[in-house]
Design a binder for this molecule. Structure first.
Ligand code: ZN
Length: 154
């Protein structure tokens, strides 16, 4: 009996070894900073992971009003519908509403200001800030988002 168990265990060990080693799929929040650096462009990394801000009127989407959905450039999470995008003349893509559950909000006291930081709920990537000077006829809110943190899928 003992030798049978031994044979079974050895067989299992060997069959396990035959499997090619595969990196387990990581959830976005489990990625290390090194992995993010490899995954993102330098600009994306600076904004999403280091909370940088792209210069106004330089991003890809501030003046784009095509139909589609804006996804997180870090993890693909659906964030904003193009129907909620409006022209705020501020040089960054602006939305009056986010897709429910896609965003987390955090108080940001940097640069001597009191602002609300907007982060992707799925990967904690920094997207921009939320202000209350949006269009009065809709929500009154303005999500001021860096172009580099999002990707428009038409
Ligand atoms: Zn994300």
């Amino acid at each position: 009996m003992k030798s049978l168990i031994f044979v079974v265990v050895v067989t299992m060990l060997f069959s396990c070894n035959k499997q090619p080693y595969q990196e387990p799929m990581k959830k976005p929040k489990e990625l290390t900073e090194k992995e993010w650096k490899e995954k993102l462009s330098q600009e994306q990394y600076h904004v999403l992971r280091q909370k940088g801000t792209e210069r106004a009127f330089t991003g890809e989407y501030w003046d784009v009003f095509e139909d589609g959905t804006y996804h997180c450039a870090g993890c693909g999470n659906r964030l904003f519908d193009s129907a909620t995008k409006f022209d705020a003349h501020c040089g960054w893509p602006s939305f009056d509403k986010a897709i429910e559950g896609s965003i987390v909000y955090k108080e940001d006291l940097s640069f001597g200001m009191k602002r609300v930081e907007v982060l992707c709920a799925q990967c904690d990537g920094h997207l921009g800030h939320l202000f209350d000077d949006g269009p009065k006829e809709t929500t009154g809110m303005r999500y001021c988002i860096n172009s580099v943190s999002v990707k428009l899928k038409k």
